[in-house]
Ligand binder design. Structure first.
Ligand code: C5P
Length: 398
């Protein structure tokens, strides 16, 4: 399954280093070319000879051991399609987050522009240290895929969070990235709830956190795509972000990206109405007990995009764009979703049930049903939003 794929594994100095021997074998069994780099501390836990025999490649440790015209950290970074740092110690995580390149592994990480998976493992008190958490957040925001450690009995004798996640999890994550068919496409994804001003200090909005749209953008990016996220939520990401506020602004931004997009995913919760005459000044309280705001309909961005795609098809424009909508329903989810996909004219509609408290708005979990324009239906059972995002990307790429 992985024949012809180049995987770079970085091992740092934690006791879980011994487990990586098995991970190397898992990749080798599938035909991958595996290259290993270690920090000098990692060699206290596992030998160079073991790693060399298992990977069937020389193991890199020293930075200035240059057999080639290119410095090793650059040729290692050029060769691999993915870098996996496991176990990643608090020390190495913090160095990478700060751009420190004081050994071969950290130098490669700094030069590596393709997907990087980081699987931390450490003592639970180190894991909980806010400095380490901040550094991890910094890396996650920059597009590194962090596979959180698990709870359990730790080698240091403590019970808590810090054990390296399962090897299967690291393996599955890498395989998903390496074998994805979605590579090299342009994704335009919207996220968050639009904000419709009433006056300079008040607005109408909704509870959308933007997490589902951001998870989709992250997954698409990790799989090697060109991503533009049009969002109402502030985020720092390694891909292009267009920050918008209202539905009108979002429409303008999406329309501007339409031409070059291969996939447009409208995960944002766009307000159906906005205030008709938004006040330039703060609206004053009066003696009346009621205040009436007149609302006007916002444009249906998704429907507009689907109409534009239809026009293109009539003109035989050779660009097969896939347009995906979301629908959040609090009742009759399936009936409403089936009706909506027809009404909007999109290729796929992802339906989620917002009446459930354990999924959906603000939650890190979701459960969705994907409808396609031909009447097909696939349910993705409750899972983290990043797993759901991966499932959605897989379906819309089939
Ligand atoms: O009609 P409804 O709001 O349920 O449709 C939801 C889908 O349509 C979402 O994909 C949302 O992003 C999109 N939408 C839109 N413009 C609107 C309202 C919703 O593009 N004005």
């Amino acid at each position: 399954m992985l024949s012809g794929k180049n995987i770079l594994i970085g091992i740092t100095g934690g006791i879980a280093a011994y487990k990586i021997c098995e991970l190397i074998r898992m990749f080798k069994r599938q035909g991958a070319n595996v290259r290993v780099v270690c920090t000098p501390n990692a060699l206290n836990f596992v030998t160079k000879l073991t790693l060399r025999n298992l990977s069937q490649n020389e193991v890199g440790v020293e930075e200035f051991d240059i057999p080639d015209f290119k410095p090793e950290h650059i040729s290692y970074a050029d060769e691999a399609e993915i870098m996996i740092i496991a176990p990643a110690t608090a020390n190495t995580i913090s160095k990478i987050a700060s751009g420190i390149c004081d050994n071969l592994l950290t130098s490669i990480a700094c030069a590596f522009k393709k997907p990087v998976i980081i699987a931390p493992a450490m003592n639970c008190n180190m894991w909980e240290n806010p400095v380490i958490q901040e550094n991890l957040q910094k890396l996650a925001a920059r597009g590194y895929k962090i596979l959180e450690p698990e709870n359990g009995f730790l080698a240091c004798g403590y019970e808590g969070k810090g054990r390296l996640c399962s090897l299967e999890k690291i393996y599955d994550e890498a395989v998903a990235i390496l074998t994805t068919k979605t590579k090299g496409k342009k994704y335009v994804i919207t996220a968050g709830g639009t904000i419709e001003d009433i006056d300079p200090v008040r607005y109408i909005s909704n509870y959308s956190s933007g997490k589902m749209g951001i998870a989709l953008a992250d997954e698409a990016y990790h799989c090697g795509n060109d991503v533009t996220l049009i969002t109402t939520v502030d985020v720092t990401k390694p891909y292009k972000i267009i920050k918008v506020k209202s539905a009108i602004e979002m429409q303008e931004a999406v329309n501007g990206e339409f031409e070059t997009a291969d996939f447009i995913i409208m995960a944002a919760a766009v307000a159906d109405y906005r205030v008709k005459n938004k006040s330039d000044q703060k609206i004053k309280k009066t003696n009346d007990d009621t205040l009436t705001l007149e609302l006007v309909k916002n444009p249906d961005i998704l429907k507009g995009l689907c109409e534009r795609k239809k026009e293109e098809m009539l003109k035989r424009v050779q660009h097969d764009r896939i347009i995906v909508g979301f629908c959040a329903e609090s009742e009759n989810l399936l009936t409403n979703a089936k009706e909506k996909i027809q009404k909007k004219g999109c290729d796929y509609l992802i339906a989620n049930d917002i009446s459930r408290k354990d999924i959906g708005f603000s939650s890190d979990y979701n459960e969705v049903t994907i409808f396609d324009k031909n009447g097909g239906m696939i349910k993705l059972e409750r899972a983290s939003k990043s797993e759901i995002a991966r499932g959605i990307l897989k379906v819309i790429n089939e």
